[in-house]
Design a protein around this ligand. Sequence first.
Ligand code: NAD
Length: 343
Amino acid sequence: MKILTIDNVRNLIHKVGLTCFFQRVMNTMELDFSHWNEFNLSPRHATHYAHGVIELMPCSNKHLYSFKYVNGHPQNPAKGQLSVVAIGLLSEVSSGYPLMITEMTLLTALRTAITGVLAAKYLARPDSKKLAIIGTGAQSEFQVMCFASFFPLDEVRYYDSDSLAMKKFAKNMTGESFQLVACQNVIEAVSAADIVVTATAAKKKQCLFTVNDIAQGTHIHAMGGDCPNKTELDIVLLKQAKVVVEYLPQSLIEGEIQQCSENNVYAELWELVSNKKSGRVNAQEVTVFDSVGFALEDFSILRVVYALAEDYQLGTDLTLIPELDDPKNLYGLISDVTQQPRF
Ligand SMILES: NC(=O)c1ccc[n+]([C@@H]2O[C@H](COP(=O)([O-])OP(=O)(O)OC[C@H]3O[C@@H](n4cnc5c(N)ncnc54)[C@H](O)[C@@H]3O)[C@@H](O)[C@H]2O)c1
């Protein structure tokens, strides 16, 4: 079984190139969403604590099974730890044998950005040039770089309540093709944007801005609110906007739409990808992709990464599964040990 470390995944992204990697995962994810009915889907198993959440996210089709272990602890950065860390596993359905265990902290940031752009392909104006991001923490640069790969961005406006996070973001984004505009507050950032990404981490109900603070035709990728009582958007805005979610049973519990009802949801993302429903229909409507993160997105990136790791011979093969001449003789692995004297 292959083990992929952080260094292996970094190496893989360097070899493939970030834009090509985005494109390859995007193509695979779009294909997987178009085969929605062939997947075994379920809301994730979430265990909530006062300060955070730990989740298990399974997904499978006839060929492959995947799951991710992931957390969400908004107070971690104050202790020098990430808010979100993850590990993933991919296995073959025919035998049930695991194929790969991999780091998924980087892969989660990448797949969340790719999912956001996939939704924006159907919901944002294709000529969107100005993107605003609220919350410039760990996820932020991945979001901006992915949107910049698929939209003709010429300006990125950004705001975070932590000025150090803004400095870090500016340093990482310096030299990219778009102009950076540091904003003094949320309204300054979002009021002149075509696309708004909300990527804040706070274990509470926030209202970052109202519908009156944004321009007609704005598309919002709301990705920071992803737990019960952890939201970012105004309820009035949600009721007026065209809202698309990933998987309704999970989003009703964890998404922005926990504040209203399924009557406020226009579609699940797969319905846009499969052309069952149209996305944006005019340049004026306000659209929201209410993203909480769904297991199918992890499935897609895991199968791409596994294929690439095979192609580039990355990762280490470790024996975590017994290799036996006689599969009924598992005890043979320890039969000699048990002959040792006990103490
Ligand atoms: N939808 C998904 O699939 C998905 C995937 C990954 C992470 N997330 C969520 O995205 C959020 C961001 O993740 P991260 O890893 O970047 O977290 P992070 O802790 O690294 O960064 C969050 C940033 O938000 C800022 N912030 C908090 N409240 C704010 C406010 N009111 N105004 C401006 N800034 C504010 C913080 O100062 C911090 O810099 C988290 O809530 C996380 O759970 C969602």
